[in-house]
Design a binder for this molecule. Sequence first.
Ligand code: NAP
Ligand code: ZN
Length: 348
Amino acid sequence: MKTTGYAAFSTTTPLAPFVFERRALRPNDVAMEILFCGVCHSDLHTAHNDWGWTTYPIVPGHEIVGRVTEVGPDVTRYKVGDAVAVGCMVDSCMECDQCHNGEEQLCREGNTGTYCGLDRITHEPTQGGYSKHLVVREEFVLRVPDGLDLSRAAPLLCAGITTYSPLRTWNVGPGSRVGVIGLGGLGHMAVKLAVGLGADVTVLSRTTNKEADALALGADRLLVSSDDGAMSQAASGFDLIIDTVPVKHDLNPYMPLLDVDGTLVLVGQVGPLAEPSTVPLILGRRRIAGSPIGGIRETQEMLDLCAKKNILPDCEMIRMDQINEAFERMEHADVRYRFVIDMASLPA
Ligand code: NAP
Ligand code: ZN
């Protein structure tokens, strides 16, 4: 099937229209018309080849919401017309211990990315959701629960699950003291989800600019990470801190904020950090960890929770042809708090 999308063709050129093929349906495939796609900072990193593994042309987009248009004969869970979603992965080996545990994101063979991956059968590059149509095997399709606003659900598929997963891994609940570094797409979902789980939530931002927003999102307070006095006063006050900063940065100011056995979990920067000192780690029995997205079962659990508790991202709707401007604004942390592309704006 021919479809249209927007692709990056090199590190330096703006995204531009692109016509490409989606595969013919396999027996276990679901085809969907994409209605909305969120704009993640990972899309920007990939378009710019910040991680060194981009192959061009690349169609980004892994926060995808749409409607089923066709199903293969072996598909049992979805039918034409269903509201469905796809996140950051579209396949995995389905046989290893991690896949059996429902942690396909940690597949021993590596999961297949929604974009910038290789189809496990044809070895063709996968292309993401800045496009009209998508074909994905049934096991990697999520159901959008009734009542969840389709136009706002898309960012849950990456920003939502990437912050929900560590909240669950570290058993956040009532009484947990959670910090969130960086109030962007991931950060604002971390706040909403941690609040939804009953935690006491602090936003750590570089300035006071987002203080009113942080409180409106449900956070209990905003701590300015450049204010040394306020940071000292907050020492040993957190059980879990989720760090969403997208670039190389210094962890040393944040580690003393953790209580004994507290964890700083990195979900943002993929790559080197400024030199972290082990002193606060060793002396305070503190931990630094990392976490990638989440499994399919956990993603469905998060979507269902968001529907039940009416937890939705704050979205700014854009047209497909505004994507380059959106990337530029995202680079300057000028997004409150997720761009979502209305795919109706993309000519067929
Ligand atoms: P975003 O919307 O651009 O938000 C990032 C936030 O980090 C900004 O709003 C800003 O918050 C803060 N920030 C930006 N530049 C900074 C700097 N130089 N120093 C300190 N803080 C800075 O990005 P996002 O979509 O949330 O993505 C964040 C990162 O997570 C990206 O690197 C992305 O690739 C990664 N990611 C990882 C996973 C995973 O599986 N682990 C999944 C999705 C995304 P303040 O203005 O409040 O300081
Ligand atoms: Zn993402």
